[in-house]
Design a protein around this ligand. Sequence first.
Ligand code: PHE
Length: 404
Amino acid sequence: MRSLKRSEPRSPPEQYGLGFHRSERAVSGFETAFFSGARQHAFFFESGRGESMSANLEAFLAALAAVQDEGCGAFRDAQQASDVEAARIRFLGAKSGAFKEIEKQFAEIEKSEKRIAGMKLNEVKTALKAALDTALAAVQGEQGGARSGTFDMTVPGVELSMGHVHPITQTIDHLKEIMGRMGFEAAEGPEVEDPWHNFVALNIPEDHPARDPLDNFYLSTARVIGGEGPLSEVHRTEPMNYLLRSQTSTVQIRVMESRRPPIRVISLGRVYRPDAPDATHYPMFHQMEGLMVDAGVTMANLKTVLRVFANNYLGSDVQIRFRPSFFPFTEPSVEVDFWWNGGWIEFGGAGMVDPAVLTAVGYDPQEVTGFAFGLGVERLCMRRHGITDIRDLYSGDLRFLNQF
Ligand code: PHE
């Protein structure tokens, strides 16, 4: 073990292979301490066996103490973020920061002295990092206006992560915009409906299979179980049979009940059916209902409106086809197919408003006629964007949603 009695004259540390080089920059305190062989910094370390430390270790410890003093002072004095960063590079820089330079000399420390040298090394590193953190917190607080002082406008801001509109809502906005250009205004109706608007006024009688409890979400079960509330008496005597609407055609009735022709509305919203979820079904989905009522409205108007809509939303080469069908509230009724990407795809139903419906809302079928259509919003959105599984739209998975 190379040891040196404290009384002996000390040599510059270079002699022991510590290899510090004076750089061009001003000689700082820790360097002075180092090169003066720790003469100003008296580190008295006695090992357990009473031996004094080597000059090598002494110089090492002195340099550490000096870098701690000077580094912590620099962090404490930092006024703004750029000061903190400059001090960080100078004292804690990973390549040639002052601390790193000393750390490199650790290899030269005598084996028996490595423990104490290592301990001090860690202690100083921790102290410098703590001073850095405190300084950072202080200048950041200042940026936020917590402390008065200079505002450093060169410090990069904190990036906010903004959410964005869900693809279905984007689709709804887009559809409203297209239909709006053809003079259709948006109307809304409730999602919890009574049987009159969901069925009766739409010419769907009591015994119609569309009213089957297995094909609808009735709320009545919940009401009955709900027991003694004020509604339960009403319910027992006169079943209310409210349900989650199974179609947006309910809004046709609500609009016609409250307005006189001419009418040109669309209604976009959620509908509910007890379907097991798979790639193309979900118990909740959206429809776009369209309704136009006026003197002399014909099936040709219906086809034109739907074709113009499809050309705007899916592409100018999209063609439209009607297939005969049946809905209780339209006569005649059709299924609406669009020719798109090499195949006919069904997008919904449509037809001329049944005279019975016009009568139910108090219109005279001799005076006015109308058309109505209902298209699946998810289906439109999925076709346009190449989405193959409806469940992706409702999984809440940001990896999917962020693509829109
Ligand atoms: N409401 C029908 C459905 O949900 C679609 C439709 C709307 C058909 C309007 C004709 C007229 O299937």
